[in-house]
Design a protein around this ligand. Structure first.
Ligand SMILES: Nc1nc2c(c(=O)[nH]1)N[C@H]1C(S)=C(S)[C@@H](COP(=O)(O)OP(=O)(O)OC[C@H]3O[C@@H](n4cnc5c(=O)[nH]c(N)nc54)[C@H](O)[C@@H]3O)O[C@H]1N2
Ligand SMILES: Nc1nc2c(c(=O)[nH]1)N[C@H]1C(S)=C(S)[C@@H](COP(=O)(O)OP(=O)(O)OC[C@H]3O[C@@H](n4cnc5c(=O)[nH]c(N)nc54)[C@H](O)[C@@H]3O)O[C@H]1N2
Ligand code: SF4
Ligand SMILES: [Mo]
Length: 758
């Protein structure tokens, strides 16, 4: 029996697991008690890693669609055919007709994170989409606007805070998001035991609210008014105390003026929260020794998502809680993508062809995908690559997208399942199994509540006939991108180099460049050799002129900062449980990437959008229809883990939660099926009567709807559920940033007869 240690990469929590196996045959998966970060904690999904690895439905080799059926083809043939077809389409229509969609698991995969950019660049697809715009876009936009970089995302310093204000997040189900921490609920419990407070703002009495010291059942989509009123209350009573932050920011007076009209008294009806309660929360938050406000999916994906995530940071700043222990802090990750000069993330540099929604970081909002395919005209989308994405289930207007994808001239999916989305592909290229790949968290180490680092090699070799995600991406880059001899040569040199280095070799270089890295000894020696200093200065000078972003970042790296530590991949291989690099440290102003070198507290885009909020405030409410919101369950993971029997057994979870009063008004009984209808679609599902949702609000999970023909998901198809995104309207976005409105959508609910599902 062998023991394999690794990080579970199914969600953001980065729990360490220990897998007992014999030659790759798994006997058990348990929490790794020696992991300094997760300390043995896991959730039920970790054990499903075995189900994913062993799932007979998981694809292992390429499939080619031939009419209504699928044919196995060799990798060589698949790559060659795809390259040829893509190049032809590119010549015929140009890059505007080519698209790329990256889904959630992409960020959980080291190899994909490293090799995706070269493919996107080489293949020339100009219409890019990702899960960002149905998720955390507002948080990234705020990071970019305030701090100058889309990945300078502050995280709650949960281990040292005394007051955790959580808006639209349910860590008890999600295990924490944009806040990576093994055992997040254990950490919150420890805070409560220290005398700290956990306050949850959520229209539903969620699993997290059950554990909270206070729950504010806000009306869906109204967080902006609560946040502005908290700030108004703080300013009007002189409770602001920005401390040292005041010297490093622009826009203090603007913020004070912008929130002035939003008094707690004025927003009470709209938010469903009494004015006194808002004043009390403002007092508690501003008087706590250490406090942090945090907003997640429920706060991001709504009509004022952009403003919400901005105001949350403003609240942290105004109370002096940004960049200090126990507040909202920046990490110092071992591989620092900000420092390495990764794109800062532009905003609104161009707009979508059909609806005119703004890009973010080169990507268009996911809700535009269907119309970009369906609406004719120059730049109509004709061909698409998807990587680890299931937009048919994860994007509003799923049914329309289902139709649209079927009309593409060419589609390639890099994905492990034949599912709702990939069934439209002409080729499916499946990656190796989850335990056949090494793992390093490039993104979630940046979002962790402590500075931590860990690398684990694969548990077992991949079968000879399989390819890793990164190998697929790299080969596609060569085949799809090589339009002429020079390009082909450049790409094949890159391929040789990457294969030579391997993923571990690339990680080693990035680690050495990072703040804990051991610089490659020869570079260090070269830098120090007096006869070469002139040349060194010349080269770094050129770098400074040509790529100032890269230069700025590099200055914090081991090579230039003079800090020499010992982090290399070799060192990590000797520490299979991971290394703790210490608590979060203050990082400002050094880590700011704004042009001014200051925190931009009141950027123009938010100042303008506050007018929209003000107009909404002045309107009489008049909202009589039911408001639909979403939810997650700890045994489910977005759209793709319903093929594990272990996770799906028991009563179906795809239900509509509804308050008994709302049900009685509509003659809906406890064991009934209901029809949920919006302006854009309708689905039928069992109702679940509960006082956990406030009257006027109904809740439905996403990621179900496995009833479409032509898939290969035996277990999921047996318990298909319906997709909330067949009800949600792709027309509804936050106009500021194009993030989809997934929460706070008007629906009608009516009974449709007795349920068979109980
Ligand atoms: N088990 C499990 N874990 C997961 C996932 C999963 O699918 N399953 N998905 C992963 C992913 S991709 C992500 S992004 C994270 C998400 O992590 P979280 O954001 O923590 O997860 P959700 O459960 O979506 O929590 C959103 C909460 O917002 C509430 N809400 C809805 N509308 C509003 C509103 O208008 N205002 C406020 N204040 N609250 C509102 C909902 O009731 C819900 O409780 O979870 C990750 N972890
Ligand atoms: N209504 C509503 N819609 C939502 C949300 C909501 O709360 N409500 N949440 C949104 C959020 S936060 C997110 S992140 C998105 C998620 O939605 P998507 O980004 O579409 O991701 P998933 O649903 O997780 O689907 C993942 C796909 O990746 C494949 N896959 C899994 N592992 C791998 C791998 O290792 N390699 C490759 N190549 N493929 C793999 C799976 O087979 C599946 O097809 O959904 C969003 N949609
Ligand atoms: S909480 Fe997330 S990382 Fe931890 S075991 Fe569960 S799925 Fe894996
Ligand atoms: Mo997400």
């Amino acid at each position: 029996m062998q023991e394999h240690f690794r990080t579970c990469n199914l969600c953001e929590a980065m729990c360490g697991v220990v897998i007992s196996h014999t030659e790759g045959v798994i006997h058990s998966i348990k929490g790794d008690r020696q992991d300094p970060f997760s300390r043995g904690h896991i959730c039920p999904k970790a054990i499903a890693l075995k189900d994913l690895q062993d799932d007979p439905d998981r694809l292992r080799t390429p499939l080619k669609r031939v009419g209504q059926s699928w044919e196995a083809v060799s990798w060589e043939q698949a790559f060659a055919d795809i390259g040829q077809r893509w190049q032809q389409l590119r010549r015929q229509y140009g890059g505007d007709a080519l698209g790329f969609y990256t889904g959630n698991p992409t960020v959980h995969h080291t190899g994909a994170m490293l090799l995706l950019a070269p493919l996107i660049h080489a293949c020339g697809a100009r219409k890019r989409f990702s899960a960002t715009s149905v998720d955390q876009l507002p948080a990234m936009l705020a990071a970019q606007q305030l701090f100058g970089h889309q990945l300078l995302l502050p995280v709650p310093d949960i281990d040292r805070t005394d007051f955790f204000l959580c808006l639209g997040g349910n860590p008890a189900a999600s295990n924490g998001s944009l806040m990576s921490a093994g055992d997040i609920m254990g950490r919150i419990r420890s805070m409560q035991q220290r005398g700290g407070k956990f306050v949850v703002v959520d229209p539903r009495y969620s699993e997290s609210a059950e554990k909270a010291d206070a729950h504010l059942a806000i009306l869906p989509g109204k967080d902006v008014f609560l946040l502005a009123a908290l700030l108004q209350s703080i300013f009007s009573r002189g409770w602001e105390k920005p401390g040292r932050l005041l010297q490093m920011l622009h826009g203090w007076d603007e913020v004070r003026q912008l929130v002035a009209p939003f008094t707690p008294e004025k927003v009470a009806t709209l938010t469903g929260i009494e004015a006194d309660r808002i004043h009390r929360l403002a007092y508690e938050f501003s008087h706590a020794t250490h406090a942090v406000a945090y907003g997640r999916v429920g706060a991001c994906t709504q009509q004022f998502g952009g403003l919400n995530l901005w105001l949350i940071q403003v609240l942290n700043i105004v109370t002096g809680n940004l960049d200090r222990p126990g507040g909202s802090m920046f990490s110092h990750p071992a591989i620092d993508l900000v420092g390495l000069g990764l794109e800062r993330g532009g905003f609104d540099r161009f707009r979508s062809r059909v609806r005119g929604l703004p890009e973010f970081s080169g990507e268009l909002p996911a809700v535009c995908l269907a119309e970009e395919i369906l609406v004719p005209g120059p730049g109509q989308l004709r061909a698409l690559i998807t990587h680890a994405a299931n937009p048919v289930l994860s994007v509003p207007g799923g049914a329309q997208l289902d139709t649209a994808l079927a009309q593409l001239e060419f589609m390639v999916s890099i994905d492990c399942y034949l599912n709702e989305t990939t069934r439209h592909a002409h080729y499916i290229l499946p990656p190796s199994g989850p335990l056949e790949q090494g793992h390093f968290d490039l993104i979630f180490n940046m979002l962790a509540v402590r500075n931590v680092v860990r690398y684990n090699p694969p548990m077992r070799e991949k079968p000879i006939e399989c390819r890793h995600d990164w190998e697929i991406l790299l080969e596609l880059a060569v085949q799809m991108g090589g339009r002429n001899r020079a390009e082909r040569l450049r790409l094949s040199l890159m391929r040789t180099l990457v294969h030579r280095l391997g993923i571990e070799g690339i990680l080693d270089i990035l680690l050495r460049l990072g703040p804990y890295g051991q610089p490659v000894p020869v570079i260090r020696r070269w830098q120090q050799k007096s006869s070469d200093q002139g040349l060194f200065r010349l080269l770094t000078g050129a770098l400074q002129d040509r790529w100032p972003d890269v230069w700025q970042g590099l200055q914090h790296t081991a090579l230039f900062s003079g800090k020499q530590q010992d982090l290399t991949i070799k060192r990590l291989l000797t520490a299979p449980h991971g290394l703790d690099l210490g608590p979060l440290m203050p990082a400002l102003p050094e880590r700011l990437q704004t042009a001014s070198g200051l925190i931009e507290l009141a950027p123009a885009i938010y100042r303008q959008d506050m007018q929209r909020a003000l107009e909404r405030l002045e309107m009489s409410d008049g909202q009589n229809s039911l408001q639909l919101i979403g939810r997650r369950h700890v045994r489910s993971n977005n759209s793709w883990m319903h093929n594990s029997r272990r996770l799906t057994k028991g009563p179906g979870r795809c239900t509509l939660m509804m308050h008994p009063e709302d049900a009685a008004q509509r003659q809906i009984g406890a064991d009934q099926r209901v029809c949920v209808r919006s302006v854009s679609g309708a689905v039928e599902l069992p109702v679940e009567l509960t006082t956990a949702v406030r009257p006027g609000v109904v809740s439905m999970p996403h990621g179900y709807g496995h009833h479409r023909p032509g898939m290969r998901l035996t277990i999921a198809e047996a318990q298909p559920g319906v997709s909330v995104n067949d009800v949600l309207d792709p027309g509804q976005v936050d106009p500021l940033c194009g993030v989809a409105v997934l929460n706070g959508v008007s629906v009608n609910v009516s009974p449709v007869g007795r349920s068979q599902a109980t």
